[in-house]
Design a protein around this ligand. Structure first.
Ligand SMILES: Cc1cc2nc3c(=O)[nH]c(=O)nc-3n(C[C@H](O)[C@H](O)[C@H](O)COP(=O)(O)OP(=O)(O)OC[C@H]3O[C@@H](n4cnc5c(N)ncnc54)[C@H](O)[C@@H]3O)c2cc1C
Length: 368
């Protein structure tokens, strides 16, 4: 029997959930408080992000029943690989691998060993190979190339997904802010007291309305905000693939733009740009890649706010009156297609495998 699922939040997490729910036979209403405007640096964490789909380097959390981040990261990345071809937004996502600059030889070897342990093809780069791969004129002796990495251009991916959702018959309601979720009958209420009834509500609302949404789904109160600055930069030539290094990363987007990211500023909900944070990023990149990266003269820096879970892994499953798809922390772009699969499994009443059940918000229920 079909179900009417109301997904609140049209960031990358809610958009992927709506897409997969519609494809698996649900009637879907996708609601977002923001009006349609897919500009880089927009108000959601998803539009503020760099969009890196970086699969190696996730710290394991798999002791004492916590999620196994490396395994889940690979599962999510493989879904990006499998599900991107043929979509209206496929041009916005690139899978050309990634370069990681390590602090020293030992760190480069450790990273290489981790990539290989996780079954990913990777190799050490000589200084000449680094220059060729990354197209950056710098003397870097401790770098690793990982074949399986990618990057999504957030604004272009989300606007393409919005078109696909319309084509799939998803009812997209923008500029509609939800004030509460009720369970008997299941419905959401807007601030002007309109209501929309469904069979299930999925909250993919990020961090901004946390206190309000936590009234319906108490586990959302466990999240903390972490602000991050992004600085658009200019390079001598377009960057071919993402570059990560201690203290910064460079994310190339298809239109020749490159983003320098990102700071990690705990417990800040504001999105105001601080010059000090911009300076921190520019100093970090200058220390590693001297005179290679310049702040853009045409595009201003911005900041966004990440929805951090207590352990950095997403929280997916029932909480109060809703299913939540929340707390994606630093990896919401990477994890979103996997989150959508897990949400579909809950919606359709399928058995939840242990590795997915480990992401349930219940894992924190005994924590203070
Ligand atoms: C600077 C920065 C860089 C990042 N870089 C990366 C990266 O390279 N790779 C990666 O994987 N991740 C990255 N992240 C993390 C990633 O962006 C987030 O984890 C992810 O975007 C969270 O997505 P979301 O859909 O849960 O939330 P959001 O994108 O915040 O979307 C939530 C949506 O819900 C809507 N909403 C909220 N409350 C209501 C309500 N009451 N009624 C109606 N609508 C509502 C909001 O308007 C919003 O559009 C980065 C984040 C930042 C800030």
């Amino acid at each position: 029997m079909s179900k009417h699922v109301i997904v609140v939040g049209a960031g990358i997490v809610g958009s992927w959930c709506a897409l997969r729910l519609a494809q698996t036979g649900a009637r879907v209403t996708l609601i977002d408080g923001e009006r349609e405007d897919f500009a880089a640096g927009g108000p959601s964490a998803s539009l503020a992000a760099a969009g890196l789909l970086t699969v190696v380097g996730h710290a394991p959390l798999d002791s004492s029943g916590h999620p196994s981040m490396p395994a889940l990261a690979h599962e999510a990345f493989d879904l990006w690989r499998a599900r991107t071809p043929g979509r209206p937004w496929e041009d916005a996502v690139a899978f050309k691998g990634g370069v990681v600059i390590a602090a020293d030889d030992a760190a480069a070897d450790a990273f290489l060993a981790q990539a290989r342990r996780e079954g990913r093809a990777a190799q050490r780069l000589s200084a000449a190979e680094f220059r060729k791969r990354a197209g950056l004129d710098a003397q870097i002796a401790c770098a690793v190339f990982v074949e399986e990495e990618g990057v999504a251009d957030p604004a272009r991916t989300l606007s393409g997904m919005a078109m696909e959702l319309h084509a799939l018959g998803v009812a997209v309601r923008r500029g509609v802010e939800i004030e509460r979720v009720e369970s008997e009958p299941v419905r959401v209420r807007t601030f002007d007291d309109a209501s929309i009834e469904g069979d299930l509500v999925v909250l993919a609302t990020g961090i901004m309305n946390q206190a309000l949404m936590a009234r319906a789904a108490p586990a959302l109160a466990r999240m903390r905000p972490a602000k991050g600055h992004i600085v658009p930069v200019d390079l001598a030539a377009p960057l071919p693939l993402p570059v990560r290094a201690p203290g910064f990363y460079l994310a190339p987007h298809g239109d020749g733009r490159t983003l320098l990211g990102a700071t990690m500023e705990w417990d800040r909900y504001d999105r105001g740009v601080r010059q000090e944070a911009v300076r921190t990023l520019l100093d970090a990149v200058e220390a590693t890649l001297p005179r290679v990266v310049k702040q853009s003269e045409t595009e201003l820096p911005w900041a966004g706010v990440r929805p951090m879970s207590p352990d950095g892994a997403p929280m997916i499953g029932p909480s109060g009156a809703a299913l939540i798809a929340a707390g994606h922390s630093r990896n919401g772009w990477l994890f979103a297609p996997l989150t959508a699969e897990i949400i579909c499994a809950y919606v359709w009443g399928e058995e939840i495998p242990a590795r997915w059940a480990a992401l349930s918000p219940d894992r924190f229920k005994d924590a203070p």
